[in-house]
Design a protein around this ligand. Structure first.
Ligand code: ADP
Ligand code: MG
Length: 95
């Protein structure tokens, strides 16, 4: 958001899953790169500023580890990252 704007966090029950939504009023994610932003080391920030790891780490935690989902919807002024997590976790022995 470049230091100005509104970040809104919202939680809700979405069927059998917990929804956590991060919404911002920044410039948005260009549609042409939306398919790549979760890739490791993908960044549009200048060298030395971005690592391109934030969304990769988020994906690994939410999707790979907790079997949730991570989605983005974005137009300029309204970008929403939606995390959905199962309300019941697998038991440690996988049952
Ligand atoms: N809230 C956002 N609004 C617009 N673009 C975003 C947002 N979050 C991520 N992006 C885009 O996705 C890219 C990758 O994000 P991320 O993995 O967090 O790495 P980094 O922040 O280090 O660039 C960013 O460089 C940017 O292009
Ligand atoms: Mg980031």
């Amino acid at each position: 958001m470049d230091g100005a704007g509104t970040l809104t966090l919202r939680t809700a029950l979405d069927g059998e899953r917990l929804l956590v939504e991060f919404r911002d009023t920044g410039p948005g994610v260009d549609p042409g790169i939306q398919g790549r932003i979760f890739d490791p080391f993908f960044t549009t920030k200048p060298v030395g500023e971005g690592t391109g790891l934030g969304l990769d780490i988020s994906w690994r935690i939410v999707v790979n580890k907790h079997h949730g989902s991570l989605d983005v919807q974005s137009v300029p002024g309204d970008t929403r990252f939606q995390v959905r997590l199962p309300l019941t976790a697998d038991s440690p022995d996988g049952n």
